[in-house]
Design a protein around this ligand. Structure first.
Ligand code: ATP
Length: 869
């Protein structure tokens, strides 16, 4: 928003824009969004794909083949075949990348923020992207400012502008007095957070023309950071590439040394082997798996705001969750009450002192329940709605009380001080001060006996899992000034109410599942210890040996002391949002990955500090959503556990892709080097190797990302940050697969060349081609499922089956159709050779299945032995 733009502003009428004006301006100014960097044009994408390692090597191979065609008279077939493989490689790469991007774009549209505007004199919630210059936006604490604008009305508006200025102390904003006097104090900026107060702002600029848009323009140019897994895989790819190059060089040197091939041919084989052994599809499989995870999580009500979080949530060790609304239903009902001198009474019964208590509660409440078209509409927080409902049960209402004692002032509730106060004018002119809130925060003056009696009831309510709300009051003179520090002291205790907030039924199995998955669930609540403890026990979160700690106790501990005890604490009661960061950091000091939930503005720092910050979609503020990595559209703890399961599935699918892509690459190197050492020459031609690589890696391998999760995904501990990719049996399985393929293909080659034909290398070659190509595709079925293969698991991934049919069909087509067959240096096989090839194709799958069962049995035995200990 520049000075010039400010000068040209005309004030919008109080009723806001008309719908027609809004539509016109949207077309004129475009959507209010930060446009992502433009996608590079097609030819640039092609050039980028051509410049990756394997394409460069393929290009070199085409050059070499053409050189051989020109100067050695070898014909152009090789150049054409390798050229086509290069094209297919680039096309598959571009297709895969486009699918990943499409999935990610869908992700962005899911987490669009909303905002309240006044148009045609009606306040309405719209998507922030539909805001236009001139719109009147209604801001309140917790909102994210959706565009740049000027403040027309303000009640104690303060805004955190850290996104723009780096300064996290909120600044106060005032309303505009005259257009030519507008300064920073009267302007608010897109992306900043309203920390307190309310305001009406008129939008001046939107989208990329806002201050944030200018920065976003710069951000677009910075590169995205790789996820930890991507980092590890990049390192693995680096190692494999080195290994591939060494393999390529070895085969080149061996071919020349053993003199079975000329220089150019040897070079060609070396290059092809190097290309075949580089797992170039791996990075894209990671992206596409993450993108699929995002989609599946969205279906389960978890919207990911950062793709990396898909991976992180799968590996969390600790989930620290708010109680109210996440672990409980947030449907609060007052069930009992108590006034001094009486016995605790059921909420349905009414005593005179009880009615007085209701009056105080009603006066100090802001919530409302209205009937609109036969439907109940509620406004306000659930604790206060419980009060309104209770009044309704006894045919009383807030309005009725307010007519007799109109409200003069309010000190709103906040979760740090945990009380709220109001002042009312009584009929006789005096002022009535009411404070309601947490029992231990209410500044009441009483005798030790009075206090002990009240505490006893409070604790009894708490032990019954009731949240307790206490009320105190005092009457001051007609002229007493409103100074909250003075007014809210020395109160008389009016009584307390017990509010039930039942746990969500699905939370109990979710907590059990979390524990089974090696995750520690932790409850964080503003409620009292006794209540928190009772609920935590009820839902199975607090088990013997685990402790409940209060916020006061927490604050007496140093960071080191907290870290030393943190593993034993399952419940934190009476904490405020600032305590949450310390809890996150203490766990992180132990090297744990922490997920933390939050809904308020002051939860934002803790959400940012956590490895996975989780905001509430229904009750959360826009600011908390902006700071979070994941938003729960149903505010439900069980959804977090569902997301963990999805995250783990993504991780496992990526590992399965590694297993699928890497094992055979090793086998190819061993096969080539082994055959040459035996003096047989190269058992596969360059173009055959390349073809196997493109078809098997590119087609079925790609669809492994769509595998549904393993049943046992939640029966294992989380993956540690530094856990090797080869842990949990992957290294062993890779070795089994590489050895099987090497042995099998060498054997098949010898059989084809020396027994089934009269020393024809091409027969051996064709058989190896078929077994390696089809065998390495089909055994994806043994890899994609950690459980023994069944008919059901064969049917579970239809897209993969389709891709498999296509790939196997292509291989057969190439090996059988005469014209194509010759192009790839293959020959027609005698029937007996087919009788060997067909069963041989299934050998690797069988070996893997047997190894799988054996591995399962030995782990089960191990577990059994551990159990005995
Ligand atoms: P959680 O942290 O589990 O979500 P919470 O957010 O409800 O719990 P707070 O809002 O900090 O926790 O509430 C803590 C205490 O403050 C309650 O036990 C209650 O005594 C008091 N309290 C809650 N809401 C109000 C309110 N609207 N007015 C006055 N006191 C309240």
């Amino acid at each position: 928003m520049t000075r010039k733009e400010m000068k040209n502003v005309t004030l919008t009428a109080q009723a806001g824009l008309t719908t027609q004006q809004a539509t016109e301006r949207l077309t004129q100014h475009g959507a209010n969004e930060l446009v992502a960097a433009k996608k590079p044009v097609l030819w640039r994408q092609v050039v980028r794909h051509l410049s990756d390692v394997s394409s460069m090597v393929l290009l070199f191979a085409v050059g070499l083949a053409s050189y051989m065609a020109l100067f050695q008279g070898g014909g152009w077939t090789k150049s054409i075949v390798i050229g086509s493989i290069l094209v297919i490689n680039v096309v598959i790469g571009m297709y895969q990348e486009a699918s990943a991007e499409k999935a990610l774009a869908a992700l962005q549209s899911m987490s669009l923020p909303t905002t309240t505007v006044r148009r045609e004199d009606i306040a309405q919630e719209i998507k922030a992207k539909d805001i236009v210059p001139g719109d009147l936006v209604l801001l309140k604490a917790g909102d994210q400012v959706p565009a740049d604008g000027i403040v027309l009305e303000s009640t104690n508006l303060s805004v955190d502008e850290a996104v723009l200025t780096g300064e996290s102390v909120p600044v106060t904003k005032e309303k505009l007095t005259a257009l030519d006097k507008v300064g920073d104090d009267q302007q608010v900026f897109s992306g900043t957070a309203v920390t307190a107060g309310t305001a009406v702002m008129q939008v001046v600029t939107t989208g990329m023309t806002t201050e944030l848009g200018q920065i976003a323009g710069l951000l677009n140019k910075t590169k995205k950071r790789a996820t930890p897994l991507q980092g590890r895989l990049n390192r693995l790819s680096g190692w494999l590439t080195t290994f591939a190059v060494i393999g390529g060089l070895a085969i080149f040197a061996l071919s020349i040394w053993m003199q079975n091939q000329g220089l150019a041919d040897s070079l060609m084989i070396g290059i092809s082997l190097a290309v075949a052994a580089v797992p170039e599809t791996l990075p894209i499989i990671v992206t596409i798996s993450l993108a699929h995870g995002v989609k599946r999580m969205a279906k389960r009500n978890a919207i990911m705001r950062r793709v990396n979080a898909v991976e992180t949530i799968g590996g969390v060790d600790v989930i620290a969750s708010d109680k109210t609304g996440t672990l409980t239903q947030n449907k609060m009902t007052i069930t009992r009450y108590w006034t001094p001198g009486d016995q605790p009474t059921a909420a349905e019964k009414m005593t005179p002192a009880g009615k007085q208590l209701m009056r105080y509660l009603g006066l100090a409440t802001n919530a409302e329940i209205k009937m609109a078209n036969g439907e109940e509409k509620t406004v306000g927080d659930p604790t206060e709605l419980a009060i309104v409902r209770w009044l309704g049960q006894h045919d009383l209402s807030r309005t009725q009380f307010e007519q007799q004692a109109p409200r003069l002032a309010e000190d709103p509730f906040d979760s740090t001080k945990k009380t709220m106060a109001t002042v009312h004018r009584l009929k006789d002119g005096q002022q009535l001060v009411i404070v309601k809130g947490a029992f231990d925060r209410l500044p009441v003056t009483w005798t030790a006996a009075e206090q002990a009696a009240a505490k006893q009831v409070h604790d009894e309510f708490g032990r019954n899992a009731l949240r307790v709300l206490s009320v105190g009051y005092k009457v001051v003179g007609a002229t007493a000034t409103i100074d909250w520090d003075v007014l809210s002291t020395g109160l008389t205790f009016a009584g307390l109410v017990g509010i039930i907030d039942p746990p969500r039924p699905e939370v109990i199995p979710a907590i059990r599942e979390a524990k089974r998955a090696g995750i520690k669930p932790v409850m964080i609540t503003g409620d009292h210890m006794v209540t928190a403890e009772a609920i935590a026990k009820e839902i199975g979160l607090l088990t013997p040996g685990q402790l409940v700690m209060s916020g006061d106790e927490l604050r007496t501990l140093t960071d080191e002391e907290l870290t030393a005890q943190i593993e034993n604490i399952a419940v934190y009661a009476r904490v405020s949002p600032t305590d949450k960061i310390r809890i996150v950091q203490a766990w992180q000091k132990l090297g744990k990955t922490v997920a933390m939930t939050g809904d308020g503005v002051n939860d934002a720092p803790a959400l940012k500090a956590a490895d996975v910050g989780i905001a509430m979609g229904i009750t959360g503020t826009e600011v908390s959503k902006g700071a979070a990595d994941m938003v729960l559209t149903d505010d439900n703890f069980a959804t977090i556990i569902a997301a963990v399961r999805e995250g783990r599935t993504v991780y496992q699918n990526i590992l399965k892709a590694v297993e699928f892509l890497v094992g055979v690459n090793f086998a190819q190197i061993f096969l080539m080097v082994g055959a040459v050492l035996m003096g047989w020459g190269a058992p596969l031609l360059a173009e055959q190797l390349l073809l196997i690589n493109v078809l098997a890696d590119g087609i079925p391998g790609f669809y492994i990302s769509r595998e549904p999760g393993e049943k046992e995904a939640m029966a294992q501990p989380p993956v540690a940050n530094d856990e090797s990719l080869f842990a949990r049996g992957l290294g062993g399985r890779l070795a089994v697969r590489a050895v099987t393929f090497t042995g099998l293909t060498l054997g098949i080659y010898a059989l084809g060349r020396f027994s089934l034909s009269a020393g024809q290398a091409t027969v051996g070659m064709t058989m190896v081609f078929l077994v390696l190509a089809m065998g390495s595709m089909i055994d994806i079925y043994a890899i994609k499922d950690r459980q023994p293969l069944t008919l059901a698991s064969l049917k579970r991934n239809p897209v993969l089956n389709g891709a498999m049919l296509l790939a196997v069909g292509l291989v057969l087509l190439i090996a059988v159709v005469p014209g194509i067959r010759d192009t790839f240096g293959l020959v027609a096989l005698p029937a007996v050779a087919w009788l060997v090839v067909i069963p041989a194709v299934f050998v690797p799958t069988l070996v893997l299945e047997v190894a799988k069962r054996w591995q399962r049995r030995s782990t089960q035995q191990m577990v059994g032995e551990l159990d005995l200990d």
